[in-house]
Design a protein around this ligand. Sequence first.
Ligand SMILES: NC(=O)c1ccc[n+]([C@@H]2O[C@H](COP(=O)([O-])OP(=O)(O)OC[C@H]3O[C@@H](n4cnc5c(N)ncnc54)[C@H](O)[C@@H]3O)[C@@H](O)[C@H]2O)c1
Length: 378
Amino acid sequence: MNKKNLNIGMIGCGFMAKTHSNAYSNVAHFFDVPYQPVLKTVCDLNAERAAAFAAKWGYEQIESDWRKVVADPAIDLIDICLPNNLHAEVAIAAAEAGKAVVSEKPLARTAAEAEPMVAAVEKAGVPNFVSFNYRRIPAVALAKRIIDEGKLGRVFHYRANFLQDWTINANVPQGGKDTWRLNVKEAGSGVTGDLLAHCIDLAIWQNGPVRDVTALTETFIKERMNAVTGKMEPVGIDDACTFLCRFANGSLGNFESTRYARGHKALFTFEINGEHASIKWDLHDLHRLQYFDHRDEGAVRGWRSIHVSDGDQPFMGAWWVPGLAIGYGESFTHQFKEFLEGMASGKPAGPTFRDALETNRICDAVLASAKSGQWVTV
Ligand SMILES: NC(=O)c1ccc[n+]([C@@H]2O[C@H](COP(=O)([O-])OP(=O)(O)OC[C@H]3O[C@@H](n4cnc5c(N)ncnc54)[C@H](O)[C@@H]3O)[C@@H](O)[C@H]2O)c1
């Protein structure tokens, strides 16, 4: 296939910049994508860090001011891998400059901050995408296929958890380069925007809109040192959040997230119970999908553990041979495959900015309910 180059301007060079750069580098090796991503410029406030990142990943140039990358006519796509408080300004500027825009999740700290981002990309008519990468884990994509085929029948329950344990120590600071997630000004919220946003994105994609929510949040450690100023400051994020919801299809949702579940590093699970069948998935065993179908012959009925590695399962035909698994990093390869295909076909891959705005709205409703103690309509 004759491919047009797509010059990437990567903003930020932390964890997500690594996953995205890896995916841009390998996507055309495994899939016949319509564009060839070119690692053109990487930008970080810290020029030394940007230079080290560029050397490792093969970026052609470095920059320490994202505005210069946005203004560069050679750049086709701005990829925002920055702390949450910086997504909106960069995305709006990139859209106004006519660039395609990819943003890491959550789209913004609040729906009010996300709305002008949606307006900017839609006004400019530029391709846009939010990196809710778990949609493209093959077992999760297979779950979606099973749901869309109607195999579950009427859905009664959707439950999801995202459990971690890395902030139990009160000496972990807030703010700054490594701990911006604990500072409400930079992160917007705690586990709700960081972890439950992933659960919510999958839930509304698989099970449709959420109507209303009731939530409980807690901040277990009330003060932490600010890593930038060295001063003790009140903690403004939610350390843990549990919420119940009603989906528009009549099913009930039950979600929990915390960074205080000793022993769990990234236990992301979901389970869906329908009238005919149930599905469950666990990030720690990400290439397997658990499936129970009540219509199976009684004597052999039971939970099946499907090893999602065969050519007729989502994305797997492009990888190794049946039986060999892939992992977390490839979910980003798959999302850029579909994003690039959407750019070429004019049928955008989701979640677009507009799709991801709905996740921000639900997060806002969850936090508002935790504050008021009342049910909140989304
Ligand atoms: N999809 C996922 O599973 C997933 C996982 C982790 C993080 N994220 C999201 O990705 C985003 C980034 O998270 P991360 O873990 O990569 O963070 P990180 O702290 O590892 O990286 C952030 C980078 O941004 C740079 N930076 C900060 N301010 C800057 C500025 N003004 N100009 C240029 N560079 C600047 C930092 O120096 C750092 O290199 C967040 O929105 C986060 O929620 C998503």
